[in-house]
Design a protein around this ligand. Structure first.
Ligand SMILES: [Zn+2]
Length: 88
């Protein structure tokens, strides 16, 4: 019984490693389709491989896909799948 719980936790941590910040943001964005759609439009790869949506005059843009794009892409997936409840 105890080992089952530990295995469940291990799986959860593994999934979380992909980017907990992105996932948290994605879950919030999922309910706001206008926001994540706009993010997906704005945050695209430029010719230099950097995100055009994150481009700023004061600092270099991150390489695409940036955190916001990935969060928006997750949000789109969550919105497409519908709300999910954790088992148990
Ligand atoms: Zn970006």
């Amino acid at each position: 019984m105890f080992s089952q719980v530990r295995r469940h936790e291990a799986r959860f941590v593994q999934e979380d490693e992909e980017g907990p910040a992105e996932w948290g943001l994605a879950v919030e964005l999922a309910g706001m389709s206008e926001v994540w759609r706009r993010l997906l439009e704005l945050h695209v790869s430029g010719r230099d491989g950097r995100c055009t949506g994150c481009r700023s005059p004061v600092r270099a843009a991150p390489h695409w896909p940036c955190t916001l794009y990935r969060a928006a892409a997750h949000a789109r997936r969550i919105a497409a799948d519908g709300p999910r409840r954790p088992a148990g």
